[in-house]
Structure formats: C-alpha cells, structure tokens
Ligand binder design. Structure first.
Ligand SMILES: [Zn+2]
Length: 406
C-alpha cells in the first residue's frame, strides 16, 4: 500500500515533507520525501494531512465501558472506587466483555496499542478481529490473601499481570504476579501512589476510608500493620518493579521515591484527565522527566474520563505544562509505553522495516512548517482520518478528504 501526505511526524523532532510511505504486509517498506521519480501511483492520497505513528494508550480498563457517564466524584477516591464496585454489582458483575465503543474510540483517535487491565475474560477473538493491538493484563485484588494460588492466577491470565494496587492486593498476590510475569517474559502493571490515603495506609497501616473499603469487601488483612515506607519504596524493596513494569499514576512522590524509580526503571504512566477528574495537585511529571524516568500517558477508564484518546491526554499536558518540549510529549504517546514489551525498536516511529502502525490527521492549510506546529495541529484536531495497525486499516474517514484509489 502506498500512502501520500503533506507531512509525516516520523519520530520526536523529525518532520518530513511531501511524504510517500509504502507498506508491504505488516511492515513499512519505505518512507521517502519530496518528488519520487518513477513512483507508482499511490493507493491513498491524504492531501493536506499528517502521518504519525500509531499512538499508545498505556493504561485503560476497557471492561468499564459501561461506567461512561455513570459516576461522579464527591472528593473521596475510596467512595468513587466503591461506587464503581456497586455499579459492577448492579450489573451482576457483567462487565463489557466486548468493549466495541472503546475500541472504536481508540481507532478514531489514531491509537493502535492499548494496555488494558481486565478482571474477567473478554471476548478475545472478537477483539482480535478488530485489528487493534490489545495488550491484556489480568487485574488481581485480594488484600487478605497471604497464600495465593499461582497456578489459578496463571490460568486466568491472557497475557500480562496487574496486581491492582498496594492497598488492594496483598504483597503475596503482588509477588506471585511478579513471579508469573517474569517467568513468562510479560509486563506487569500496578496502580501506585495514586492518592494520599494510600500512602498513609501503606506507611502506617491506618486510613479510615481504605479500612472501610476493606470492611465492605470483606478483605481486611489483620497481618498488615503498615510498612514504614511509601508505596514506591515498598514495592521497590520487594522486587515488584522492573523495566517491564507499568507504574500507573505515581501522582505523589515521597522522599526517596525518585531513587527507587531510577534504580528499578519502571515506566510511570501519567493519566492526565483522570488525574484532573480527581482534583489532584499538579502531577510530578517534570520532576520524573528531569530524573530520567520513562513516562508514558494513559487514559484510565471511562469511569473517570470521557474519552480513551492518548492525544486528548497529550493536549491537556500541553496546556498544563507549557514549558514541556512537544518532542517529549510526542514520545510519551508513541514509543515510551512500548518499552515494557520491548517493542520500542519496531513500533512507535515511522521507520523502514518497522511494523506498519500509523494514523493520519487533517491540519489547517496555514500550519507553520516545523515539528512543534505540525504536532500542535495534530493535537488540536485529535481525530484520525486513517488508522492502520499491523498493516491493516482499522479506521478510515473518506469524507475527511482522503482519496482512495484502485
Ligand atoms: Zn486504572
């Protein structure tokens, strides 16, 4: 397939003009700039549009699609979590096992890879047929379970593992997930340092809201009396974190956390719109980046967000951190999240021989001719007119000026 477009953002800081990109099967065969002598006619002429790599949503819960518009936040994170549990219960714990609307939203936003926490079996075959690169991570709880059955957890997992959080999964559950992930060479994902109550609870074993949550769920653990450490240090000390781990949120840093993150090298996943929904103070994003921590962006679920688009997240980061270079922001929604599956060298950039994941966005005719302006116009648009994953079209809008030949 040969695709033409006015621009391509092939990698951070790298803008190409009058681009012709050719795919062969699921790979990018070539990407050339300017007039190509003797080039065959193209299959898709995007005109005044920008080609980008397919974007990565590094944290979602697609099974919570049914929560869209159903939740509200009253100032208590734990109340909100309990409300989501109640909504699940009202449905007889029938979650969205084929989250079609979520998958459509992702494809429309130019996203081709999503890291997805799931607690139940999804309709794997139907999801695979959509063409999206869906990376499931089995979410485990059981704060009161000090002797988990590893074989049972392994049998329930489709791919990776996700002990929910230090205050909702026991250390034994987290260690078991860690062992299973390491043995299978798959990623681990964990919510961490999301709110102050969690940090208090992990440090000194006391937080009235979390204790109430455990009482309601019947998951209180009489053996847990606090660790004297922050969640990051607690999991760092116990070997839960490594370079194939997604540390979700890290909204609050305690003294010593940065050193742990530098040593263990997880990817921190900042979920900007979910972060704003819960009214947290400014995320320590710049501090993390200054310390050399790998940071990616995620959306979290439709229970705390209204869209699943990585670009929508990036546009909020651009607004809230005006000094942040757009090249760094581009990396956060393309290649950074891919490190945990060792795919950053064949996905996340538009390079010859890379897997053909790409998106395309219409931009105004008068967009200035530089990386920041063109990526800025992509952020302003936010809606892909062509999304290709693994060489296959998963979303196309012919009405947006796309000319399809042949
Ligand atoms: Zn989450």
């Amino acid at each position: 397939m040969i695709i033409k477009a006015r621009y391509a953002l092939v990698a951070p800081g790298d803008l190409r003009r009058d681009v012709q990109l050719e795919t062969d099967g699921n790979r990018i065969l070539s990407i050339s700039e300017g007039y190509v002598h003797g080039a065959p006619p193209c299959d898709i002429d995007l005109g005044n549009a920008v080609l980008t790599p397919g974007f990565t949503n590094s944290h979602a819960h697609l099974e919570l699609e049914f929560c869209q518009g159903q939740t509200s936040f009253n100032g208590s994170f734990v109340d909100w979590l309990q409300h989501v549990r109640d909504l699940k219960k009202q449905r007889g714990n029938q979650l969205s096992t084929f989250p079609l609307d979520s998958i459509r939203q992702l494809a429309m936003s130019g996203c081709t890879t999503v890291f997805d926490h799931h607690t139940v079996d999804l309709e794997w075959d139907r999801i695979e047929l959509t063409g999206l690169r869906h990376i499931p991570l089995l979410e485990c709880f059981e704060f009161n379970n000090d002797d988990p059955d590893g074989e049972r957890i392994r049998n329930r997992a489709r791919f990776g593992y996700a002990p929910h959080a230090p205050y909702t999964a026991s250390l034994a559950v987290a260690r078991t997930c860690r062992r299973l992930a390491t043995e299978a060479h798959v990623p681990l994902s964990v919510h961490m340092s999301e709110f102050n109550g969690e940090i208090e609870f992990i440090r000194n074993g006391q937080d009235s809201e979390i204790q109430h949550l455990h009482e309601l769920a019947g998951t209180s653990n009489e053996h847990f009396s606090g660790t004297g450490m922050s969640p990051v240090q607690f999991y760092g000390d116990n070997g839960i974190l490594d370079e194939h781990t997604l540390a979700i949120h890290v909204n609050y840093l305690s003294d010593g956390d940065i050193a742990v993150l530098q040593r263990m090298r997880p990817t921190v996943v900042y979920c900007p719109r979910s972060h704003a929904y819960f009214g947290h103070p400014q995320h320590p994003l710049l501090e993390l980046l200054d310390a050399g921590i790998n940071v990616a962006l995620g959306t979290d679920s439709l229970a705390s967000n209204d869209m699943l688009s990585p670009l929508h997240e990036a546009s909020l980061v651009r607004d809230n951190f005006p000094g942040l270079p757009l090249q760094a922001l581009f990396s956060m929604v393309t290649r950074n999240g891919l490190a945990v599956i060792n795919a950053q060298h064949e996905l996340g950039s538009l390079c010859t021989s890379y897997i053909a994941d790409l998106a395309a966005f219409r931009i105004p005719d008068d967009t200035a001719d530089d990386f920041d302006s063109v990526f800025g116009a992509v952020l302003d648009n936010g809606r892909s007119c062509l999304t290709i994953c693994n060489g296959r079209i998963i979303h196309i809008e012919v009405s947006a000026g796309v000319q399809v030949h042949g």
